[in-house]
Design a binder for this molecule. Structure first.
Ligand SMILES: [Zn+2]
Ligand SMILES: [Zn+2]
Length: 347
């Protein structure tokens, strides 16, 4: 089955907001494709923000409990909790006689659980090394140990990259890249591994870096040659070279010679790289649902059933959707090593 070329989005000519030219800034303004996965990753690829949300899924609710679980500096924790509350991922509640402030995940925050679960399954499959996965999920709906999968919302079958086609949605287009957002150093990535062992952290080490994520997205769209990726992303050659070799190093892309004299290589997805697609589809659904204002930038069609769909994270045993309140955990590590948190249900 061949995948049609992705819809071409004409590059808008960047205009200064007031029609004047601001000291040549306009010439360097880079336009980014509207993308619900990028919007989702903008939130969870901040390592501290991700770690705080993850601890909340383990039942952490107070400032001091977050602090002791993560060893995070007070000012940083206060900053991230404020941002995440502003984004409506958390809400504050006052509890008890002392009216102590606690943080609770909102419906929007709780809904991130399925994206985390998809990333966790990817991490379990490819990044656990010789260790058992850090966490075993028990689905209380069916009582089984569950390895959730990303399925088509229309037919319920597991999603594979080669069976999906795309077209522009009502929110398609480009927007100016936020200055400074794309220059984040990859060295940040090691922070994801703080705290408890986590397959989600390991997966975010690969795609939590914005440029690495965008290169992977181009690969999913079928763009695998250097020049093509460079044009699509308007990315500096040294950064693109760096991210390609990083992604090859992680094992999600491989180099393939496609032309001799001069030798030229293209970058193809490995089986591991293709397996990351399900997580993208799950994150896309979250971004479409909560951050697109009802206008998804991209619509997905499942060629197997012929229907438009979104990624639905379901239990591999009973095929019911995975929601945070239905899950319990068995830890494959000693929780005492990672703060005071023990295994508990999220509910
Ligand atoms: Zn389907
Ligand atoms: Zn189940």
């Amino acid at each position: 089955m061949t995948r049609p070329a992705p819809a071409r989005i004409p590059k808008a000519k960047p205009q200064p907001p007031d029609g004047t030219t601001a000291r040549g800034d306009v010439a360097t303004l880079r336009m980014e494709r509207n993308c619900s996965v990028a919007r989702t990753l903008d939130i969870v690829s901040d390592a501290w923000a991700f770690l705080i949300i993850r601890e909340a899924f383990f039942g952490t609710q107070t400032f001091e409990a977050f602090r002791s679980a993560l060893g995070i500096p007070r000012a940083t924790l206060a900053d991230r909790l404020k941002k995440l509350t502003g984004l409506a991922i958390f809400r504050q509640v006052a509890t008890g006689a002392s009216q102590r402030k606690e943080y609770r995940l909102t419906e929007m925050g709780l809904d991130l659980y399925s994206s985390f679960t998809a990333l966790m399954q990817f991490g379990d499959r490819w990044l656990a090394g010789d260790q058992p996965p850090p966490l075993i999920l028990v689905h209380m709906v069916c009582g089984c140990e569950s390895r959730p999968i990303v399925a088509c919302s229309a037919c319920g079958e597991r999603i594979h990259l080669k069976e999906v086609t795309y077209r522009d949605g009502p929110g398609a287009g480009r927007h100016p890249a936020k200055p400074g957002r794309n220059t984040r150093r990859v060295s940040d990535a090691s922070r994801f591994l703080l705290g408890r062992p986590s397959s989600v952290s390991r997966a975010l080490q690969i795609i939590g870096d914005k440029w690495s994520f965008m290169v992977m997205r181009e690969a999913f769209l079928g763009n695998c040659r250097y020049d093509k990726i460079q044009t699509e992303l308007a990315i500096a050659p040294n950064i693109l070279t760096d991210r390609l070799s990083r992604l090859v190093g992680f094992g999600v892309l491989y180099r393939r010679l496609y032309q001799h004299a001069p030798d030229r290589y293209e970058y193809r997805l490995t089986e591991m790289g293709k397996d990351l697609f399900g997580s993208f589809v799950a994150m896309q659904h979250w971004g479409d649902r909560w951050l697109s204002g009802g206008k998804p930038p991209v619509l997905l069609e499942h060629l197997t059933c012929g229907h438009d769909f979104h990624g639905s994270v379901i239990c591999d045993q009973c095929r019911q959707p995975i929601v945070a309140a239905d899950m319990q955990y068995k830890l494959a590590y000693d929780p005492k090593t990672f703060g005071a948190l023990g295994p508990r249900s999220v509910s």
